[in-house]
Design a protein around this ligand. Structure first.
Ligand code: M6R
Length: 364
């Protein structure tokens, strides 16, 4: 049932404050400010690597997870798309653990990667939304996302809930490995607990985002740029846009612009820049100047400080609330999803059932 919404995707975007809140509460204890103890088939303090594989949007969630595990817990992460992982015959450290991410729990390549790791004898864990799935059954431990059923083919709430789980696990790992103390853990848990409230505020930007999307629906190509955890989010934005609006889009690390994609920039090319005012904001500003100098149209997604500090002419600036660094990719995922959603609506495509795609990809 879509309730008052036009599409399941729109409903699922709006459910995010609630389902992120449920998911976080499963992993974090807000009263003590700690990551809850979880049953693990390995010890975070003893493993030397974590290997993540997944497909599509779940892979991009894993890529953001890599930044968190490495930065907070100093735990090296290998990450692959599952269709590469299973065939590339890389050495698997006996002291590593494997983590698979899948909304459906049935994706063929992700399952095959899981079975490959099983043979290699490493502990297997999975972040899944469907608990009665094959991937869940074949894992030694699962970390459920509490997103509820996701009907729209384009993943939205499952993605942000995967991020909520990954961030919580990274905090847990950081504590176990002695890289954050009790006080720092409390601060991180408090920051994460703010996500649902801030996400609700961001949903109120729907009208502005709809207005920008009307312009996007007129173009043939869109470039998304971001740095740090917003780099995978740039790729997620591009994936979402192509899936449901059929507009060609690419997501790049902002620093890669001058290594190729800048050749594409002209006055017909909108560039969506995901750039909260963080420690590398100035670097992204210079990338935007390069775009502006070539007539590219910038749609900047930033915060108050970021908006105040650029004197650049943008086609539109979408200003989000100030957020602590750890929750940035979760919060910034929402305008990215809404941009794709409204653009597809203007294009008149079948938003919930885009052509050529299936919700669960059980073929290889
Ligand atoms: O069910 P899974 O999470 O394993 O699915 C993985 C991908 O097929 C999926 O994320 C796909 O990329 C979505 N359609 C993205 O919106």
């Amino acid at each position: 049932d879509k309730g008052n919404f036009h599409h399941f995707m729109q409903k699922e975007i709006h459910e995010q404050p609630e389902v992120i809140s449920h998911t976080l509460a499963n992993y974090l204890d807000f009263t003590t400010g700690t990551a809850k103890p979880i049953e693990l088939p390995f010890d975070f303090a003893k493993i030397d690597r974590l290997s993540i594989s997944a497909c599509g949007t779940a892979y991009l969630a894993g890529l953001i997870g890599k930044y968190w595990f490495e930065r907070l817990a100093r735990l090296p992460v290998d990450i692959d798309v599952a269709s590469e992982f299973r065939y590339r015959e890389m050495p698997i450290s006996p002291d590593s653990a494997a983590l698979f991410i899948s909304q459906s729990g049935e994706t063929a390549d992700t399952l095959a990667s899981l079975r490959y790791c099983r043979k290699a004898g490493v502990p297997i864990t999975a972040i899944v939304n469907v608990r009665e799935s094959t991937i869940a059954r074949e894992s030694d431990a699962i970390f459920p996302t509490l997103a509820g059923p996701e009907i729209g083919v384009a993943s939205t709430k499952a993605f942000t809930c995967q991020l909520a789980v990954l961030a919580s696990l990274a905090v847990r790992a950081a504590r176990a490995r002695g890289h954050v103390d009790a006080k720092q853990e409390q601060a991180l848990v408090r920051q994460l607990s703010e996500t649902p409230r801030i996400a609700s505020q961001v949903l109120k930007l729907a009208e502005q985002i709809e207005k920008v999307s009307r312009q996007l629906a007129k173009v043939k190509n869109v470039l998304y740029l971001g740095r740090d955890t917003n780099y995978p989010l740039a790729m997620e934005g591009a994936l979402k846009l192509k899936e449901i609006s059929y507009i060609h889009a690419e997501g790049y690390a902002a620093g890669e612009l001058k290594h190729g994609p800048i050749a594409l920039i002209d006055e017909k090319m909108p560039v969506i820049v995901i750039a909260p005012h963080d420690r590398i904001f100035e670097k992204t500003v210079s990338n935007m100047q390069e775009v502006a100098a070539r007539g590219g149209k910038i749609i900047l997604i930033t915060d108050q400080k970021g908006a105040a500090q650029t004197s650049l002419q943008t086609m539109e600036t979408i200003v989000l609330p100030d957020v602590p660094e750890i929750i940035t990719p979760i919060v910034y995922a929402l305008p990215i999803q809404m941009l794709a959603y409204y653009t597809a609506v203007f294009m008149g495509t079948d938003v919930d059932q885009p052509r050529n795609l299936a919700k669960s990809v059980t073929v290889e």
